[in-house]
Ligand binder design. Structure first.
Ligand code: PBG
Length: 332
């Protein structure tokens, strides 16, 4: 019998036919590797909740970035872990701050082979762990920690210039402050950095899946970021944030986390006209690693399926801690 579904099943009958009709591809060029570099380390240091991911020393950072480039990964996104923190995150824009020194090193080491990118947010550098400068007088209603948006923008523009001077080709605006794209674009252009790309973390949700990242950057955060990151229940709002950022001058927009927000990712992809990226965050990584370590899941298959699904939902590129390993698998 030939049922209507038989036509569809015929398309699965052999590897060659499946290749021919596959809708979504996953290639090394779609991957960006987030990396942590910690001030004062002489050897890389393991992150307990992210097996296989390291806080790097300068030397191990360089060699890991070279390996990523050799595997065909398109970019690295750098996060700095400073030795000293303060209320305004001074280490973020100091030319000798760890993130800026690491950026300089990678720009010369691998800057031609892949896109060297930097996280632009204060949370790793502040002693309170928030993404901005704290407000002294928050709104009289509501609760939670309030950041001083405009004072934070001044810190972000200083940070943007420091990163651009250090050789970052693409700034990842992950702080969720209002007007950050326009403010940073204006500051960069005024100093002649007209070619520095801006990735706006537009739809960044206040997510439980950032847990292991807090260990990775020794976060000092107490409480949560719900006064500036988005409510996980809000899909339309995520799309609006992306539309606003595109209008403000973002070159790329981001949805984060990836797997619990695939619907938002699809809708953003269908709405804006610039590249859309997704961040497969630390908790997504930890879940698959933990299940695989227990023998409950096929690690390689699960990793590749997760990345393919994020691509299918609409991501033009994916930030993933598996970038180098996945790129090697994909190259066979
Ligand atoms: C903040 C930032 C966070 C992550 C990337 N940038 C944490 C947060 O917003 O609390 C999380 C990434 C991950 O979990 O892998 N600058």
């Amino acid at each position: 019998m030939s049922f209507p579904e038989t036509r569809l099943r015929r398309l699965r009958q052999s590897p060659a036919v499946r290749e021919l009709v596959r809708e979504t591809s996953l290639e090394p060029r779609h991957l960006v590797l987030p990396m942590f570099v910690r001030e004062g380390l002489t050897e890389p240091s393991a992150i307990g909740s992210m097996p296989g991911v390291m806080q790097h020393s300068m030397d191990s950072l360089r060699s890991a970035a070279v390996e990523a480039a050799e595997a065909g990964v398109s970019g690295v996104m750098l996060f700095g872990v400073p030795a000293v923190r303060d209320a305004t995150g001074s280490g973020a824009d100091a030319p000798t701050g760890i993130l800026n020194l690491a950026t300089e090193a990678l720009a010369s080491e691998v800057g031609d082979a892949l896109v060297v990118q930097t996280d632009l947010c204060l949370d790793e550098f502040t002693d309170h762990g928030h993404c901005g400068v704290l407000a002294t007088d928050g709104p009289s209603t509501g609760s939670g920690t309030h950041v001083d948006n405009d004072a934070t923008l001044e810190r972000y523009t200083a940070m943007a210039l420091a990163q651009a001077r250090a050789g970052s080709q693409l700034l990842g605006l992950s702080g969720m402050m209002d007007g950050q794209v326009a403010a940073i674009r204006g500051a960069l252009d005024a100093e002649g950095f007209t070619d520095t790309l801006l990735l706006a973390y537009s739809a960044k949700y206040a997510s439980a899946f950032y847990g292991p990242f807090r260990e990775a950057v020794d976060s000092q955060l107490k409480g949560d970021r719900r006064t500036y990151q988005m409510d996980p229940g809000n899909r339309r709002e995520g799309v609006r944030e992306a539309v606003v950022d595109e209008a403000e001058g973002a070159d790329i927009v981001m949805v984060k986390p990836a797997m619990s927000f695939l619907d938002v990712l699809r809708e953003v992809r269908d709405t804006v006209h610039i590249p859309v990226w997704a961040y497969q965050v630390s908790g997504e990584y930890a879940m698959i690693e933990a299940a695989a370590a227990n023998g409950w899941i096929d690690r390689k298959a699960a990793v590749l399926e997760s990345l393919l699904s994020i691509r299918r939902a609409g991501a033009d590129a994916v930030l993933t801690y598996w970038a180098t390993e996945a790129a090697r698998w994909l190259r066979g």
